[in-house]
Design a protein around this ligand. Structure first.
Ligand SMILES: [Zn+2]
Length: 355
């Protein structure tokens, strides 16, 4: 890295954070019925030297918790004296949903469909407006941390609009085993931030309402790799021990019957065309219906609840342009890395990052 200029102070919610400082601040976002204010806690780590302003946020869906621990670990490891640029971290964006262990807001609206929001709108619109104007619009890059929706689980993956070159470069740098080129959804943080030219990547890993070491470790490492890619931290000479692959397409496989669902495959596993990947039966198991893979690919998400109705989406499979054996090798290398991660001190605590 060349010589960097001294960083500037940053102002959020009326508070100023000087270069080299870190501050926990509260942004009042709404009021409860009791008139008590409801705040979103924001951590600002303002580096001594200038660089990008990266937002790392979690729990925009209030029941998606893995990202909260990812944010905590990144905060604990970051030294503002060595940081170039600024990290704005929001461990819990949707505080309402978080309190109720729910994806949504009290009016059943999805905060991640409410951006850029409106000053005089419903509670979802007002929260989105405040966050968008006070925080998101000040950022140059965003990493939005999610898990699968309730009763489902996801293989660690990055979703991004790969036509946006900066987002595509962040997606590659993150190093999740799979990258999915995902269309922008109206009202999502990702779509609305990109509309004002802020590249966003979405990390999806694990289940709602859980802390899962494999999803958290991959998330912490991924965010740090993106920070290195953006020049916020010193480069590492270590190479990823596996090669992330970009899906050509993804598809949900639906249940053909109502009943008890048993999965025969695990996340990250290769499936071949016509393979039986699950069974749906009556509780006693006398009438069984097979769930068949429509094409060969990698399992990137699946339902964890063992009861299904006909038409429920039960398996999410990603398809690739590269040959199956190559993709399978990359996934095996990725799984070996996960095993190594779980053996080391990184599992929960604060340690030195090796990748
Ligand atoms: Zn989500």
């Amino acid at each position: 890295m060349g010589r960097a200029k001294k960083n500037k102070a940053i102002e959020i919610g009326g508070e100023t954070v000087n270069p080299g400082d870190r501050l926990s601040l509260e942004l009042e976002i709404a009021k409860l019925y009791t008139h008590a204010p409801l705040n979103v806690s924001i951590e600002v780590l303002n580096g001594k030297l200038s660089g990008p302003t990266l937002l790392i946020c979690a729990a925009i869906h209030g029941d998606e918790l893995n990202g909260i621990e990812i944010v905590r670990q990144i905060m604990a490891r970051t030294d503002t004296k060595k940081l170039r640029g600024t990290i704005i971290a929001i461990p819990v964006v949707n505080v309402f949903g978080f309190i109720h262990k729910s994806r949504y807001l009290p009016d059943r609206r999805d905060l991640n469909r409410s951006f850029p929001g409106s000053e005089r709108g419903s509670i979802a619109g007002r929260m989105a407006y405040q966050l968008f104007n006070e925080v998101i619009s000040q950022c140059t890059h965003v990493i939005d941390l999610h898990t699968a929706a309730i009763h489902r689980t996801n293989l660690p993956q990055i979703r991004a609009n790969l036509e946006n070159q900066e987002a595509a470069a962040m997606a590659t740098a993150f190093g999740a085993p799979v990258v999915v080129d995902a269309a922008l959804r109206e009202g999502s943080l990702r779509a609305e931030a990109e509309r004002i030219e802020i590249p966003v990547i979405t990390y999806e890993a694990g289940e709602a309402l859980r802390f899962e070491p494999y999803a958290i470790n991959a998330g912490v490492r991924g965010c740090i790799r993106v920070m290195r890619h953006l020049g916020m931290l010193r480069q590492s000479r270590r190479k990823l021990p596996y090669k992330p692959v970009t899906a050509r397409a993804t598809r949900w496989v639906r249940a053909d019957a109502d009943g008890i669902f048993r999965s025969h495959i695990a996340l990250g596993e290769m499936v071949s065309k016509q393979q039986v990947i699950g069974i749906i039966s009556d509780p006693a198991g006398s009438q069984e219906v097979e769930v068949i893979a429509p094409q060969s690919g990698i399992l990137i998400g699946q339902q964890t609840l063992p009861v299904v109705n006909e038409g429920d989406a039960v398996f999410h499979i990603a398809f690739f342009s590269q040959p199956d054996d190559l993709i399978e090798q990359h996934m095996e290398d990725y799984r070996d890395q996960v095993k190594d991660d779980q053996d080391d001190e990184l599992k929960w605590g604060i340690g030195t990052l090796s990748t």
